[in-house]
Design a protein around this ligand. Structure first.
Ligand SMILES: Nc1ncnc2c1ncn2[C@@H]1O[C@H](COP(=O)(O)OP(=O)(O)OP(=O)(O)O)[C@@H](O)[C@H]1O
Ligand SMILES: [Mg+2]
Length: 234
C-alpha cells in the first residue's frame, strides 16, 4: 500500500526556514538534558539568534518549569504559533496535557509528536533546540527521521553507566547518519575533559535555586560552563 501520510512533507516545509535544528539527547534519564536544552536556548537568544525550544518529553515535560514559563499557550494561526518567552519561541507537549500525566504509549506518542512537528509554525529561526525524552523509543527515532536537519548534542555524566549508554547511542546515530555536534559531560567534578567529550559542565549547587528564573539561570556557573562548551560550535 502506498504511504499517503502527508505529514513528513509538511514537517519538511515547517522546518524549511530554520537554519539549524539541535536535538539535545542522552539516553539516560536525569542527566541534565532539559537544563542543557533550556539554557542553550536562552544563551542563543541572548546572542541575538532567533531561537525556538521544543520540549518533546511527553512523560516528563519540564522545560516550562526550568524557564518559569507559566500561563502560556500557543496561538492558532494556520497551525499553532508558539508563545515567546524570554526571547525564545517555546513549544511544549505540556500545553496539551495540562500538566497531567499523558496516558499515551508507543505509536500514539509518536503520532502526537509528528502531529505537533507538522502543525507548529516556527517561522524563521536560526536555531531550534529540541529537548528529547530519555531513552530511544519510537518517538525519539521518529523525531530524527522527520526532522532531517537535526544535529545531536549528546549529554552524558562521568558515570560508566552513562558512558556505556552514550557509546550505544553514538553508534546508532552513526548508522542513521545523524550528525553529532559533540558530547557534553555534565555533573562533572571538574578536572580534565574526558576523551571524545567536547567539554565538561561542573556540578553546580546554585542551579536548583535558579530553576524557574531565566535571568538567574543565565548567571549560574552551569550556564557559564555550557556557554564555553558550545562557543566553538555556533
Ligand atoms: N551541572 C549540574 N549541576 C547541578 N545540578 C544539575 C546539573 N545538571 C543537571 N542538574 C539537575 O539534575 C536534575 C535533572 O536534570 P534534567 O531534568 O535536566 O535531566 P534530564 O536528563 O532532562 O532528565 P529526564 O531524563 O527526566 O528528562 C535537575 O534537578 C537539574 O537541576
Ligand atoms: Mg528532560
Amino acid at each position: 500500500m502506498t504511504n499517503i501520510d502527508p505529514r513528513p512533507c509538511v514537517i519538511e516545509e515547517r522546518l524549511k526556514n530554520i537554519k539549524r535544528v539541535i536535538a539535545v539527547t542522552g539516553w539516560k534519564g536525569g542527566i541534565g538534558k532539559s537544563v542543557t536544552a533550556c539554557t542553550l536556548a536562552l544563551l542563543l537568544a541572548r546572542k541575538g539568534y532567533k531561537t525556538g525550544l521544543f520540549d518533546l518529553d511527553f512523560a516528563g515535560a519540564s522545560d516550562h518549569l526550568i524557564l518559569g514559563a507559566n500561563g502560556l499557550f500557543p496561538k492558532e494561526e494556520k497551525g499553532l504559533e508558539p508563545p515567546v518567552h524570554e526571547g525564545v519561541k517555546f513549544m511544549s507537549v505540556v500545553f496539551f496535557s495540562e500538566n497531567k500525566a499523558v496516558p499515551l504509549r508507543g505509536a500514539n506518542v509518536s503520532d502526537a509528536i509528528i502531529e505537533l512537528l507538522a502543525i507548529t509554525q516556527w517561522g524563521e529561526l536560526d536555531f531550534l533546540v529540541l529537548d528529547m525524552p530519555p531513552g530511544i523509543n519510537d518517538a525519539a527515532l521518529d523525531v530524527m527521521r522527520f526532522a532531517r536537519k537535526a544535529e545531536v548534542l549528546a549529554v552524558t555524566t562521568p558515570s560508566v553507566l552513562a558512558h556505556d549508554v552514550l557509546a550505544r547511542s553514538l553508534d546508532l546515530y552513526k548508522k542513521l547518519k545523524v550528525p553529532v555536534l559533540g558530547v557534553i559531560e555534565n555533573m562533572s567534578a571538574g578536572g580534565r575533559k574526558p576523551k571524545g567529550a567536547l567539554a565538561v559542565i561542573r556540578t553546580d549547587r546554585g542551579l536548583e535555586k535558579a530553576l524557574g528564573r531565566p535571568v538567574s539561570l543565565l548567571k549560574t556557573r552551569f550556564a557559564a560552563d555550557l556557554g564555553r562548551a558550545v562557543s566553538g560550535l555556533f
